[in-house]
Design a binder for this molecule. Structure first.
Ligand code: ZN
Length: 437
């Protein structure tokens, strides 16, 4: 419990606190760019569509000489009462497997694009898959000891979202809250992370667009009780939980209403990984008052407090050993970015959060060491600018973690190195409006 002694700030509050922090005028007015300028068209053309992703994965599997297995773990937008017909299936959710769920090997699971507008993790994942499938001695030394499973783009609906005939990736999944379809009373309130009008901030953060397709923030739909399913619960208990703001909020696990969260959790249970990595995008920071380098990534080994399931009373917490390994994974990643890659080195720690409904939070509370990687910028703010460099900030650390797991050197990394990673600070509210104030 020691690790949770500090005050935990919910994300929204942490953000608003950071936004209201006064007097970083210097770093605000002279951030280390580049940034997209207002009204400049954002190009996403170098990023893969769902179709391109599928084709790429199939090609890689074919050329891997059996090293890589490509499977469909499930489909997006699966209605809660199951597929009615084949056409009700959304897009496939892939799992790329190097090695099986062998308990005698180290096991690492990587997911990307749980938020559809966070592309670079997927682009990095494809490079990693390509490297692992191409073989060579270094790769075989890793794969002899480590099984690596990758789920690239676990929110294909948000990723391929269209707005006014243009590709417009969004954070949310596509799905409508229909309580009566799951035997809940009509009018039962949706989970708090439901986006009823289908809206998203506009390009360059300049206002909002309403694209009109409802959906969920998949990364609040997980639950430390990986088997929680509304259809198996007492419906009146679930309804009163949802209808109260004191319980329908981010302090509690999600409701597994999305097919995507159910699918990913199924893969997690099958694989039982030692390490789980989820790759995201976020905003902009400079490293410190003294060092105005733009922060390419933030990382975190902890995103959830000990948790008591309100339905079963079961308690969940992160074991000391698991926490230690998580810190070692994050520390090794941070070191990898410093060593020989000095322009990548401005790493920060993600702000303290307690989010048991995130994939990382729920899985950490099920005895898996975690690393959150948060790349700077979103498709709405950065487009594909700096994508090559930002991709490296995911690939370089992950490859180092694979090697550390394979030869056991990860166990020699001092967890204090993680504790010493600079805290998140000097947030740049919106670089595109930095001259407007
Ligand atoms: Zn995200």
């Amino acid at each position: 419990m020691k690790k949770f002694s500090k005050v935990v700030i919910p994300t929204a509050m942490a953000l608003s606190m950071a936004l209201s922090t006064p007097a970083f005028a210097d770093s605000q007015s002279k951030p280390n760019g580049p940034y997209i300028e207002n009204e400049q068209n954002i190009s996403l053309s170098s990023y893969m569509s769902n179709e391109q992703l599928t084709n790429t994965l199939k090609k890689l599997e074919a050329s891997s000489k059996g090293k890589m297995k490509l499977e469909i773990a499930g489909y997006s937008n699966h209605t809660l009462d199951g597929y009615k017909t084949e056409v009700d299936k959304g897009d496939p959710l892939y799992v790329v497997k190097f090695g099986d769920a062998d308990p005698n090997k180290k096991r690492i699971l990587i997911t990307t694009q749980i938020h559809g507008n966070e592309q670079i993790g997927t682009e990095a994942a494809i490079d990693i898959i390509q490297k692992l499938s191409s073989g060579g001695k270094e790769v075989s030394d890793i794969l002899d000891k480590v099984s690596i499973w990758v789920m690239p783009r676990i929110n294909p609906e948000g990723s391929d979202n269209q707005y006014q005939g243009t590709w417009y990736p969004t954070r949310y999944t596509h799905q409508t809250w229909l309580p009566e379809n799951i035997q809940l009373p009509a009018g039962t309130l949706a989970p708090w992370y439901y986006n009823a009008d289908g809206s998203e901030r506009a390009q360059n953060n300049n206002g909002r667009v309403v694209y009109g397709i409802p959906g969920y923030d998949q990364n609040r739909d997980y639950n430390p009780n990986l088997d929680f399913r509304i259809e198996n619960e007492d419906k009146s208990e679930v309804a009163s939980f949802l209808n109260s703001r004191t319980t329908n909020n981010s302090n509690y696990g999600g409701f597994f209403v999305t097919a995507e969260a159910r699918t990913v959790s199924g893969v997690f249970k099958e694989f039982n990984p030692d390490v789980y990595v989820d790759v995201h995008h976020r905003g902009f920071n400079t490293l410190s008052d003294e060092d105005n380098r733009s922060v390419p990534v933030q990382v975190a080994a902890v995103v959830a407090d000990p948790y008591t399931d309100p339905f079963t009373g079961k308690q969940y917490e992160v074991d000391e050993d698991v926490l230690k390994l998580g810190k070692q994974v994050n520390a090794l990643s941070s070191l990898a970015l410093q060593r020989g890659f000095s322009h990548y080195g401005a790493v920060q720690k993600y702000p303290d959060v307690n989010l048991p409904g995130t994939a990382l939070g729920a899985f950490a509370l099920n005895d898996t060491a975690i690393m959150l990687i948060e790349i700077k910028g979103q498709s709405q703010t950065l487009g594909q600018k700096q994508a090559g460099m930002l991709k490296e900030t995911v690939k370089v650390p992950l490859y180092e973690v694979f090697k550390g797991l394979a030869d056991g050197s990860i166990n020699e990394v001092d967890p204090e190195i993680y504790n010493a990673i600079p805290e998140s600070t000097n947030r740049i509210e919106d670089p595109t409006t930095r001259d407007n104030e």
